[in-house]
Design a protein around this ligand. Structure first.
Ligand SMILES: [Zn+2]
Length: 293
């Protein structure tokens, strides 16, 4: 049976340990400021199991910048990522934006600016392919490219267990009853809808959500259709604001009023929320109004 444990030392970073029998895989590497503690938590939760792979679900800083500490703790474990993520994680511009976001998150959550991640942290990453499998328990883990949140997003299917681990393309939900699913398509609206349809067609019995938890069967059955509605409603709202003549600043204010949940401040600093909101507005208008803001 597959078991799931969130092992990031801070909720702002994502790091999930999935185990079956003697095997384990780690999805995402959390944040630099808590990288060392996260590596300790992983080692503790792993026990005597064999860590088969570390997978990066996409190149965002809250999923990747703790990798240096994990790779130091488990130097023989392959680290797999989308080829576009590896390319992104080698670009000086992307790395300097990630250093700034890491400093901001560290300051907000710990009162200090570090520790920072070394810029060669991602030299260990190996490009993976869509559909690639990794031996896991009695069966396998299967990497599925699910673009939409970013171009380099991936999810992980455990077909023998009926379990599907979902990245942010498929929607973000913090797991609190009564809180809403957040739209998360930053690189492609149609790509996100296509990824939602592809994951729905797999008929997973249970879902594990990034930054969140494993849903029960009833919750899993309704999550993907709801998330698709949330994405469509978000795009409709953006088109409505645009068609009413709003500027980007005005649309950003409306977006924040509609989607910023202050109870989620522990999961995402406001600066990161605003970067994502602007990307969502821009990509929606690019695809559905053929307009560059
Ligand atoms: Zn992300």
């Amino acid at each position: 049976m597959l078991t799931f444990q969130p092992v990031s030392a801070h909720p702002a970073g994502n790091c999930h340990l999935l185990c079956a029998g003697e095997d384990a895989v780690l999805i995402d590497a959390s944040l630099s400021f808590c990288g060392e503690q996260t590596a300790l938590q992983v080692a503790r939760a792993l026990g005597n199991r064999r860590l088969r792979a570390i997978l990066l679900s996409h190149s965002h800083y809250d999923h990747t910048t703790g990798l240096w500490w994990l790779h130091r703790a488990f130097p023989d474990v392959p680290v797999l990522a989308h080829p576009a993520a590896i390319h992104n994680l080698s670009r000086p511009g992307a790395l300097s934006a990630m250093h700034a976001l890491c400093r901001n998150a560290a300051l907000r959550y710990t009162g200090q600016t570090g520790p920072d991640f070394p810029s060669d942290s991602f030299a260990c990453c190996i490009p993976c392919t869509d559909g690639q499998t990794i031996p896991f328990g009695q069966g396998e883990a299967r990497i599925l490219f699910t673009p939409g949140h970013t171009r380099d997003s991936l999810s992980v299917d455990f077909p023998d267990e009926g379990v599907l681990w979902l990245c942010e393309t498929l929607g973000f939900w913090d797991g609190r009853e009564g809180s809403a699913i957040q739209p998360c398509f930053l690189s492609g609206y149609q790509a996100a809808l296509d990824s939602l349809d592809r994951m729905t067609a797999l008929l997973p019995r249970r879902l594990i959500l990034t930054h969140s938890r494993m849903l029960d069967e009833a919750g899993s059955a309704v999550f993907l259709p709801r998330s698709r509605q949330v994405a469509e409603q978000c795009a409709e709202r953006i088109l409505d604001w645009y068609d009413r003549g709003m500027t980007l600043m005005e649309m950003l204010r409306c977006y924040e009023a509609a989607y910023r949940d202050e109870d989620c401040a522990d999961l995402q600093p406001i600066e990161a929320f605003r970067i994502n909101a602007e990307a969502t507005i821009r990509v929606t208008l690019r695809e559905l109004r053929q307009t560059e803001l």
